[in-house]
Design a protein around this ligand. Sequence first.
Ligand code: UDP
Length: 440
Amino acid sequence: MAQALARLTVWHINTTAVGGGVADLLEKTVGLHNDSGLRARWLVLTGEAPFFAVTKRLHHRLHGTPDPFGELGPADRDLYEDTTLRQAHAVLDRVAPGDLCVLHDPQTLGLAPHLAAAGLHVVWRCHIGTDTPSEVVRDTWSFLDPYLQAPARCVFSAEGYAPPALTREEGRVVILRPSIDPATRKNRPMTDMAVHQQLRTIGLEAGDRRPARSPAARTARIVQDRPLPADAPLILQVSRWDPLKDMAGVLRAFTDHIAPARPDTHLVLAGPEPSDIPDDPEGAQILGELHRAREPLDARVRGRVHLVTLSLRDAAANADSVNALQRRADVVVQKSLQEGFGLTVTEAMWKSRAIVASAVGGIPHQIRDGFEGTLVPDPHDLSAFGRAVLRLLSDPGLRARIGTAAHRRCTKDFLIYREFLEYCSLYVDVLQQTWATRNA
Ligand code: UDP
């Protein structure tokens, strides 16, 4: 495969260098491409706030969320096309004819016609979607339709995510499940001692925290009444501060259904510093709402709720903190209302955690209920979610069994090596199609 691809560069293109699953995935994937003898590069495109406001609407809409701003109109299209045209010029300045570009997510799809017209091989990979398309999803696909004809292949994380018109076209839709890299700082083994040390360093647990001005200590902002006791049972959700991750719902499930039954249990909600993610404009607002929801809680419950904001500027510190938090947790939850795939779930599976997650989007493709974790069918059902968490908290044997099964499944299906080989097959397939078309 490397021989077939030897003469070209593979460019992976998205709109953020940090924050969220796609950036995380690209860093590792592009590294593995190069380590394996391919020439791959990663380009991050910039845009202005109004462009990202439109693309965040596309993101929510493709997950089926009603759009509070109403229809997508000509002004939205102009904004989208002006920015993607400028971005396409920036890409064309860098690439050579015959190179292969993998565009990630709706933010970059608008580049596809320009790049294909310039003689590049173009693949579009969409990491989001829903199995249950509604009017708003269909409407969003209509908006994106003019750009969907250009990519040689459109890649989705799950079978139901592709728009029906594309699915009917023989061979243009490819399903590719995301993955994690077990060798990175975020997933490498950590001793219990290292876990607690990292959590003390960022100030979550009490102890010999490094001086506040040390770089490690400055990578986290923590809102808590007092530190997390080193032996307290812990429930964790780690996610971007996005309404679809429903951190607020996790907090309510904790206060109303978990905390009263388990007065020893703590909750950590952890996510990235909002200002570090340019293409996700909603983070600060969601985080602010969580602060306001936590503040008036009864002191006995509020003392057990910790809000952790991790800076993404120091990638190593962020990875160490996420790794330590996931390993420290007794139950990892992902109570998303919609989820493209859910790499936080994959990461927790790798770490043999007991997981409670909503049965939405990509999550049921990773976890079978009762085997590799517990799935809650209705993501709005806080009481069912609370019951599932309490059941796992009260049964260490069950947690261990589920954690072992989760790790096994992750090893088999969700590691980066499998995904890389599927990428290579995809590239070869795209090149072969071009050769076949030229020789026809
Ligand atoms: N993540 C992180 N720091 C944070 C919060 C999240 O590094 O403070 C990472 C997390 O470990 C995972 C990714 O961001 O690798 C989130 O990917 P996922 O597929 O779960 O969700 P997305 O953000 O892409 O919707």
